[in-house]
Design a protein around this ligand. Sequence first.
Ligand code: GLA
Length: 722
Amino acid sequence: MGIIYNEKDRIFKLDTKKTSYILGVADDYGHVVHIYYGKKLRGDSNPVGMSSVDYKNKHWFFDGAWMEYPTPGIGDFREHCIEIKTEEGYSTLECAYDSHKIYKGKPKLAGLPATFSDEDTCTTLELVMVDKLVGLEITLLYSAFEDVDVITRSVIVRNIDTKVIKLTKVLSACLDINNDNYNGITLHGSWGRERHIQKRPIGHGRQGVASERGVSGHQDHPFMALASAGATQTTGDVYAMHLVYSGNYEIQCELTQHDSIRMVAGISPYNFEWTLEPEDTFTAPEVVMVYSAEGIGNMSRNLHDLYREHLIRGKYRNTKRPILINNWEATYFDFDTDKLLAIAKQASEVGIEMLVVDDGWFGNRFDDNRALGDWVVNEDKIKGGLKYLVDEVNKLGMKFGMWFEPEMVCPDSDMYRAHPDWAIEVPGRDAVRCRNQYIADITRKEVRDYIFDSMCKVLKSANVEYVKWDMNRPLTDIYSAGLPAEKQGELYHRYVLAVYELQERLITEFPDLLLENCSSGGGRFDPGMLYYSPQIWTSDNADAIERLCIQEGTALIYPLSTMGAHVTDCPNHSIGRTTPFDTRGKVALAGTFGYELDVTRIPEEDRQAIPGQVAMYHKYNDLVRAGDYYRIASFAENAQHDSYMVVSKDKTEALVTFVQVIAIANHGMPVIKLQGLNEEYTYHVEELDRDINGDVLMNIGLPIKGEFGDFKASLYHLKKVD
Ligand code: GLA
């Protein structure tokens, strides 16, 4: 396993448990070509011989060749990965293999979030290519994660010339594969309905997903998979790319004239121009690549394991999170110390473990028109001060957390009045005031320092153990007063780097802090943010039925442990639907689990149900957080019911969730064939009080108990019989 170099064939072979990735140096010039990615192959030689293109004599275009990192201007007319402008004004690049290194472990990426690994599970190849004429060096980084069947890629570009080179596009990875009637799987959405799964046949031409919002966004997602025709949860070939980045991106697939597919991923070239002075480097964010020969579910589980074991950090990465109660939907801006303590008192009595005070505790923030940037406790609301409030909450045996939106500044704020140039806006133009706020120009160090210092002051003034870091608008009016004209094209990426730097500073200063990212719900739910926070608020929409689709799409690529999920009051504040309190609890169980309601005002029957839900969370969270996830049925596909399950790694325990969304008269119950169990084991199904063999559960199915009515959720807990 690991990575080998076959010097004779000039082939690099990257092996994981079940996959192989092969690339090579094709000719005397040193063109680096792609050879294979798929099911694991034996041996270390070139499996089929190099491509038929005669690279050396250049008697033909590169248009049919499989390239590892395609460059423009040399006859490869498909999507390429890099674009430059030289001082002379040309942009053609033709790189040749220069050198390589293979080593155990994985390097960090400067300033960027990235997966990590110890030397036992991961091997890295650094392959250096050079265009001597331009004076540009491109290092392709590949890490093979043997345990989770993942290959990660990144790129470092270095100016080895004496003149300035402008980069106008730097993608992170390219993959050429033969077509097999693939369907593209992407995640699409909007505010309140994030990450719905979308499938479409890959046709000729370019297609894919992108964001030009400055954040990864609610709308599309930095993820794309190609699934062979007819692929299911358990069968078929799946190739996936997932970008570890939180700003503008693109992932494109192109079905070419030669019936192969080129897939590329990286930072969007939109409004991107990076100046490389001599010896400067630019590091492109990481792309996570998965190949699964066992369908979509196996891809999901590999990504889940990768993110749980090799991306998420900190005290909470493998531990149960406190059950929180957030006051946003309970009070909105209308709260004070007394109201918060009344909520905390009732919450502590029913077993809730942490109070989170959301938007509105600072400055002159009585509504969403003002005060972002003024991170000073408003003692008209928080009477007695923050420390008093937190101490009282702690006395109830609860932890305390609070909300910030650090990247913002309102025109009506002391921060903006003192520093009007600290907002991202074009001088002389009225900037878009989305939700009456501008983006703070955190690409400037003094702005970052101001924000960080103000946050630290608040966080150090009381025992604050959780922060919800929100970001409620996309970037517009792109201009920084802190950058010269020729570097304005760097602003989008510098912004993302600044977010990363700020969050890194925060978790370094407060290593025990539980950080939850948020962006108008799940508008910046991406692997980049997971490097800093083990959980992200999945959506402002906590309606149990809409959440089935949102959580299905999110869990397609993210572990359940990362999905912020709350039980809220009904009618639901986002869409007005009423669902049973019990169903809301069981659906939220698939995520971090918490509450977002005024526990002093909900129906008595609901309040009395909370201790039972709290017990349910404590009983199942270890399994849900750390187990293997299997998708059984999708309400988004069948418009009737939804089902998923989590199986412990040793296969001795499982939890099945079944939601009967729409009841159908005189209709047989759906067949719920379980997955991931041990066929040899017998399981006791607690809710049926029956012992059933694993092979029966997986081949005949779990007998579901019919319910009367819509929106009914049930759990089935399976334990191996000794
Ligand atoms: C965003 C978040 C919500 C809440 C509000 C507060 O919309 O997604 O959860 O924090 O901001 O303004």
